[in-house]
Design a protein around this ligand. Structure first.
Ligand code: HEC
Length: 601
């Protein structure tokens, strides 16, 4: 009640119209929040929903956008327009109608046409569509010897954001990055000035994948949002080329970065239906994961292959709500292209509901590039049905461990010429699979104990010698730790124990390694939940350089910005520069909203 009065007073103070104040005297935002939101946004340690103090840092526009077009669309759909506005103003403590662009005075004076010639790049989730996250020396332009000289060049603040969660991509001297409020930015790599922006309907946490625009000499960016829309925009201007809703399910979203190959865009589709499944009245569950191939020129669907069959009615729960299954098996990470075998690989998540877990869940699936036909499936955790909390009405008696794959398949070639698929799972396990024998397991390695937030969460990296496995284990007593494993044998090469914390303690300050690491020859970069980016020697794991993001940064666009937990993407290393997103307000992390550009002078 007090807060509502504060909003109304603030609005009068700002001289907004009487009509706007009258509207604010409509539905009671606080009461709506209690009724519709607090059961998930209650700050409980096991909740995946951001706590109220994190939501307070978002603008009313961002909250409204989330309720109408983003990941809270199903919840927003239960309210009418006035109610959605009331709850957004109540939560943010501010009136709607503010500026959301966050460009400030940072617009570039000129926007010359994109010139790729001779310029290095990092074009998607990984430096290449094999998803190894290895950037070769000529493209990186940074060596181990340069690291002591690496210094901050500019910082950019994401407005209305508590997480900096999109992998930056770089091509032709431009940096492209998505953001939580749906704005995709094209920045000049030298200065951080803004060349253009495009506003998507939902939050954009995929990398903007850069590539040619089929049928023309121009280039495009391809990305997905939390409302399950996929976009292609012109790389020079940000102009929309096409947009497609790839899944009609209310909880569907695109989390993994789409992979571009040979004029086709391969899109992984996941969902947050699991979070709704705890409500006794929710008909659990009907989402099914899929991989989709789109024509990159037009956005037309070439094929879509579902990971599970059509959900059937399975009876009712104790509350009398109809239950459906099989369901789930979302794809959370970027698809991987195997040009030699004409295959696209995807790593899948758990089953949500069903009489038995789908044989395709927590698995690696190999799809024919041209047709989408499934060539083989290698399940690595069986029986993982997780759509609910133990004891909830929609749960089977035994709840699965929630051991999705959040990391993509990595395709690498050993020194002896053999190809290997390396995968790392929320279970804390890593595996090497033989691509020529339907994914037969060649070795397995336990890096972490595993939990619903990893294990190994968003990424690992490989070169030709080792696989590098950062461990989250954030919910356990001893989070963190970095492992290097010999690719040829699966034996441990070295282990680096969690270093002293860069954050001062308190909620969200932990050594968990949740973000994807990145490699250049001889150096592994790993961002930690403690807010530090560390460079490890690939020979023995020694920390050879460290950068602490736990502070406020002066930003080129004037948006107040701090670093924080590093989760999700890892650093992008291109042309003598390193770009890093820091801050993550969900999943037991500390909020932040900064993009940092470091350079070897
Ligand atoms: C069934 C559980 C549930 C309910 C009910 C719920 N939320 Fe959420 N909410 C979540 C989860 C889980 C996330 C994290 C989603 C993500 O990672 O995108 C979230 C995220 C959000 C975000 C940030 C998402 C973004 O796009 O940036 C906002 C804002 C939000 N919720 C507002 C609300 C409001 C307002 C209500 C009530 C009208 C509400 N939520 C009801 C589970 C819930």
């Amino acid at each position: 009640m007090i807060r509502r009065l504060r909003v109304a007073t603030l609005m009068v103070g700002l001289g907004v119209s009487v009509a706007a104040v009258a509207a604010a005297q409509g539905p009671d935002g606080a009461a709506l929040f209690e009724r519709e939101c607090v059961r998930c946004h209650n700050g409980a340690a096991e909740s995946r929903a951001p706590a109220v103090d994190v939501l307070r840092r978002r603008s009313p526009e961002a909250i409204l956008a989330s309720l109408t077009a983003g990941s809270m669309r199903p919840q927003g759909g239960r309210l009418d327009g006035a109610e959605r506005r009331a709850v957004a103003e109540y939560l943010s403590g501010r009136a709607l109608g503010g500026d959301v662009s966050g460009i400030g005075n940072a617009r570039c004076r000129v926007n010359p046409p994109l010139a790729l010639a001779g310029k290095p790049m990092w074009a998607g989730w990984s430096s290449a569509s094999t998803n190894t996250r290895f950037q070769p020396a000529p493209q990186a332009g940074v060596t181990a010897a340069d690291l002591p000289k690496l210094t901050l060049k500019w910082a950019f603040g994401f407005p209305d954001a508590t997480s900096a969660w999109s992998q930056p991509t770089v091509a032709g001297g431009r940096l492209f990055v998505g953001s939580q409020n749906g704005t995709v930015y094209a920045l000049d790599v030298q200065t951080g000035c803004v060349l253009w922006t495009y506003t998507a309907a939902g939050g954009v946490r995929t990398a903007p994948t850069f590539g040619s625009r089929p049928g023309s000499s121009a280039h495009a960016l391809y990305f997905g949002d939390t409302g399950a829309n996929v976009y292609a925009v012109d790389a020079d201007s940000g102009e929309l080329l096409w947009k497609r809703r790839v899944d009609g399910h209310p909880f569907a979203r695109v989390t993994g970065t789409p992979t571009l190959h040979d004029g086709r865009l391969y899109v992984p589709i996941s969902s947050l239906e699991e979070t709704a499944a705890n409500q006794p009245g929710y008909e659990c569950c009907t989402f099914r994961g899929s991989l989709m191939a789109l024509n990159a020129r037009t956005g037309d669907v070439l094929w879509q292959t579902y990971t599970v069959g059509l959900p059937q009615v399975m009876g009712t729960n104790a509350a009398g709500t109809t239950l459906h299954g099989p369901s789930g098996v979302g794809i959370w990470s970027a698809p991987t292209i195997d040009v030699k075998r004409r295959i696209v690989y995807a790593a899948t998540g758990n089953t949500y509901s069903g009489t038995a877990a789908a044989p395709t869940s927590d698995a690696i699936m190999a799809f024919d590039l041209a047709t989408g036909v499934v060539k083989w499936t290698r399940q690595l955790t069986a029986g993982d049905i997780f759509g609910c909390r133990a004891g909830a009405p929609n749960c089977l008696e035994k709840v699965g461990p929630d051991f999705d794959f959040g990391t993509p398949v990595m395709l690498t070639t050993l020194a002896d010429g053999r190809d290997l698929l390396v995968v790392a799972q929320k279970s804390g396990m890593a595996y090497a699979l033989d691509p020529d024998r339907e994914g037969r397991v060649l070795w397995e390695y336990r890096a972490g104990q595993g939990s619903i937030w990893g294990g190994i969460q968003w990424g690992a990296a490989v070169d030709r010698e080792f696989a590098y496995l950062p461990v989250s284990d954030i919910r356990l007593d001893t989070p963190g730790g970095l492992h290097a494993v010999k690719l040829a044998t699966g034996e441990r090469a070295w282990y680096h124990a969690p270093p002293p914390l860069a954050c001062g303690g308190g909620a969200g300050c932990s050594a968990a390694l949740i973000s994807a690491p990145s490699l250049i020859p001889g150096v592994l970069f790993s961002g930690s939940n403690d807010g530090a980016l560390r460079a490890h020697s690939t020979t023995d794991g020694t920390v050879i350089w460290e950068f602490d993001t736990n502070r406020e940064f002066l930003t080129v666009n004037g948006v107040r910005a701090t670093g924080g937990s590093i989760q999700g993407p890892g650093p992008t290393i291109v042309g003598g520069m390193l770009f890093l997103n820091a801050g993550y307000g969900d999943h037991m992390g500390r909020a932040g909203n900064v993009l940092l550009a470091l350079e070897v002078p």
